[in-house]
Design a protein around this ligand. Structure first.
Ligand code: UFG
Length: 328
């Protein structure tokens, strides 16, 4: 049986996807540099390599020794704000190292790549919900690096060397019983509101109350990490069965405002998050909602765990079990 290489398999979405692949009997090998990932997030029974995706020799060795035929490429830096402050780091880590990885995969005979992409490739879309054929106009270096990786895969596909699925996540959230979000510097809404409601931080700020939305706060499409993992499994199946390369939005088609998220967290936790109203965060689009029709039609993927309350309940269970993340 051929193996699937999961880069970034010790990260948030990567580790849940590894869990899903192993649960269905796949042979998996993980490559992660542990800069943002956690060794504890990967079962000890799974072959694990600590290293960079740009370490060509290491990638060559892994592909050859494990008979890798497919790769799910998560490994990346993924903070929008950080990418604006330090674009070189994003170019080098995400784009340059990603290119080196793709080159070694192709040389090693790997046939299929599933790419962790993002709604950030759309920038500030003209309308919502966003379909996959909307123009790619990233407004920050993070989104730009993902466009570059998508384009690289498109070129390799045109030359007949691989087929790929670029999965564009909207707002990943939630947790499984054993794996959840543990970012060293947290910037994501749900973990921040949970920590505030749990009394582990003084409160939180709602960034922007004058958006053109029903309650004035920004609207996002939250998708449960388990539904994301399921989409990766289905995308791999599609490619292995000879399916064409594709770009797929991973969202629910329903948006929730920051205010609605705060209210839901407060009701699940039973405590106030002491939210204060603040200025808009630079670079935040007012509304991002996926048109999820293509994923449903082609991959047969439908989110089943992504209603906001389930997402928040699962994230809360993770937070209670691991208040300080994997270290606790
Ligand atoms: N927000 C607050 N207060 C906070 C944190 C966030 O009001 O303390 C707001 C943000 O301003 C935004 C919303 O909550 O309006 C969601 O913010 P997140 O930081 O949780 O997520 P983003 O929508 O900014 O970004 C996410 C991913 C990116 C990805 C993007 C694509 O983190 O990697 O979705 O849509 F690029």
């Amino acid at each position: 049986m051929n193996a699937t290489l999961v880069t970034g398999g010790a990260g948030y979405i990567g580790s849940v996807t590894v869990e899903a692949l192993v649960a269905r009997g796949e042979t998996v090998v993980v490559l992660d540099n542990l800069i943002t990932g956690h060794r504890e997030a990967v079962d000890r029974a799974i072959p694990f390599y600590e290293g960079a995706t740009g370490d060509r020799e290491l990638v060559r060795k892994i592909v050859a020794e494990h008979g890798v035929d497919s790769c799910v490429h998560f490994a990346a830096l993924s903070s929008v704000a950080e990418s604006v402050a330090d674009p070189e780091r994003y170019l080098s880590n995400n784009a340059v190292q990603g290119m080196a990885l793709f080159e070694e995969l192709v040389r090693g005979g790997v046939r299929h790549v599933v790419l962790s992409s993002t709604a950030a490739v759309y920038g500030e879309p003209e309308s919502n919900p966003i379909a996959e054929d909307a123009p790619r106009k990233p407004v920050n270096p993070y989104g730009m690096t993902k466009v570059v990786l998508e384009q690289a895969l498109e070129a390799l596909d045109r030359s007949g060397q691989i087929t790929f699925a670029a999965l564009r996540y909207f707002n990943a959230a939630g947790a499984t019983g054993t794996r959840g979000e543990d970012h060293r510097r947290e910037s994501h809404l749900i973990p921040i509101v949970l920590a505030a409601a749990a009394g582990r931080r003084d409160g939180m700020t709602i960034y922007g109350t004058d958006y053109p939305t029903p309650d004035g706060t920004a609207v996002r499409d939250y998708i449960h990490v388990s539904d994301l993992a399921d989409a990766h499994v289905k995308a791999l199946d599609h490619l292995r069965k000879g399916g064409e390369s594709l770009h797929i939005n991973l969202g629910t088609g329903t948006g929730f405002s920051v205010r609605q998220v705060v209210d839901t967290v407060e009701s699940v936790v039973g405590n106030s998050a002491n939210a204060v109203l603040g200025e808009r965060r630079p670079g935040d689009p007012p509304v991002l909602i996926a048109d999820p029709g293509k994923g449903s039609e082609i991959l047969g993927w439908t989110p089943t765990q992504s209603d906001l309350e389930s997402i928040v309940r699962d994230a809360w269970s993770w937070h209670k079990a691991r208040p300080l993340g994997y270290g606790s």
